[in-house]
Design a protein around this ligand. Structure first.
Ligand SMILES: NC(=O)c1ccc[n+]([C@@H]2O[C@H](COP(=O)([O-])OP(=O)(O)OC[C@H]3O[C@@H](n4cnc5c(N)ncnc54)[C@H](O)[C@@H]3O)[C@@H](O)[C@H]2O)c1
Ligand SMILES: [Zn+2]
Length: 377
């Protein structure tokens, strides 16, 4: 994060990707300005909005009005909320809607919703007519700080999550920080885990600031805008350095190896664990594991755990309700998630808060004995 500016009222983060460069506008009420922001950037005067039933009820009408006021003709499709919507069936429905509305390459597909809608609508925008313009209006904290930036789009397959998709950068991201007030407390906390992640990767000052200001981030106001802007800037920096995820972008997976294994162990049942909660537990485990390998101080792991606990996130495997499979099964999930080369795993480890790094020689036997210890087996 180059320009961390606590207290700024509205923020603009630019993602300098050459001809695919775009702006992220962050602040309360930006949806009401969507028509103006879109018409000043895109040549087309038509839009197809994709939303889900929760978000659509709350914000679709306001968005339509804003588009209409600026002469943009919009149609919409409202899909069921939830991860299952990232399917071929719904992709087809969205593509049909976009084609029926005669959306041309300079017109826009607009995603109004969380990461599920963003991933699905972005994929449709990437493949219809070999790519039409795409505007992200992320409405969950997770989508504002993570999924709406970077251009990864896609759907799930029976072989796993996000296995079918394309890179398709948005042309504009409008992160309305006021709409987060209607997000459930649990979803907000889950998104916050990804915010804290950016501090833990390489910005210890940001983590200090979050420890002091997280209550204001949750409450709204300038601290929320700043936390989201800082996160978008951090993600943008990584995306610009490694747009197609060949190297540095891997750091964004801090906490995700353990987290994904826990999500898979709970069969992606959101009543038991949502993604950000898995990441919270995973980040604590990554710090503890790094301490066990004598790379970092156990005090840092304790500090990370204390902060995430304070905001109300789970931090231990035992915080997950219901029985979990034995460590060997978690280990299998980790091995499937990662490429295992002769018993060695690639892992995001850390030398302390804000000092994460990619380690590609972690013995899987060490991971297994660590997990056994954590599961009390
Ligand atoms: N493309 C990427 O780089 C990337 C990165 C991270 C995650 N993802 C994907 O993002 C998805 C998760 O995103 P998510 O956590 O936003 O889930 P989500 O889209 O399912 O949203 C979570 C819930 O909150 C509701 N909601 C969203 N905004 C709301 C608001 N303002 N008010 C009230 N309710 C609201 C939704 O209807 C849904 O029920 C996953 O599919 C994941 O794979 C993608
Ligand atoms: Zn994540």
């Amino acid at each position: 994060m180059k320009d961390f500016q606590p207290e700024a009222p509205e923020r603009l983060v630019h993602v300098p990707l050459g001809e695919r460069a775009y702006d992220i506008i962050i602040g309360p009420g930006v949806i009401a300005r969507a028509g103006g922001e879109i018409s000043s950037r895109l040549k087309g005067r038509k839009a197809a909005i994709v939303t889900d039933e929760h978000v659509g009820t709350l914000y679709l009408e306001g968005l339509m009005q804003s588009l209409e006021a600026d002469g943009i003709d919009a149609v919409s499709i409202t899909l069921p909320a939830g991860e299952k919507t990232k399917s071929f069936e719904h992709l087809m429905a969205v593509c049909n809607m976009v084609l029926e509305a005669r959306i041309e390459r300079n017109d826009a597909v607009i995603a109004l919703g969380g990461g599920v809608i963003g991933d699905l609508a972005g994929f449709a925008a990437g493949i219809v007519r070999r790519g039409v313009r795409f505007v992200q209006i992320p409405t969950s904290l997770l989508s504002q700080v993570d999924s709406s930036v970077g251009g990864k789009t896609g759907i799930n397959s029976k072989f796993g999550k996000n296995l079918i998709g394309v890179f398709h950068q948005p042309d504009l991201v409008l992160a309305d920080t006021a709409v987060l007030n209607s997000l459930s407390a649990r979803e907000f906390r889950a998104g916050y885990a990804e915010v804290a992640k950016y501090g833990l990767i390489d910005n210890p000052k940001f983590f200090d600031w979050l420890e002091a200001n997280w209550r204001d981030v949750f409450a709204g106001g300038p601290a929320r805008i700043e936390a989201i802007a800082a996160s978008c800037q951090a993600k943008a920096d990584v995306v610009v350095a490694d747009e197609r995820e060949n190297g540095a972008r891997a750091l964004l997976n801090l906490g995700h190896t353990f987290g994904h294994a826990l999500e898979s162990a709970t069969a992606y049942d959101s009543r038991r664990l949502v993604h950000g909660e898995g990441v919270a537990i995973g980040m604590v485990l990554a710090h503890q594991f790094s301490a066990r390998l004598n790379l970092a101080s156990p005090d840092d792991a304790a500090r990370v755990e204390r902060h995430l606990q304070e905001v109300g996130l789970p931090t231990k495997i035992s915080d997950i309700e219901g029985a979990l499979p034995p460590s060997e099964v978690l280990m299998d999930a980790i091995a499937q998630d990662k490429k295992v080369k002769s018993g060695k795993l690639t892992f995001i480890l850390t030398r302390g808060i804000g000092q994460a790094f990619v380690a590609d020689d972690v013995p899987s036997s060490e991971v297994l004995s660590f997990l056994r210890e954590k599961q009390g087996a």
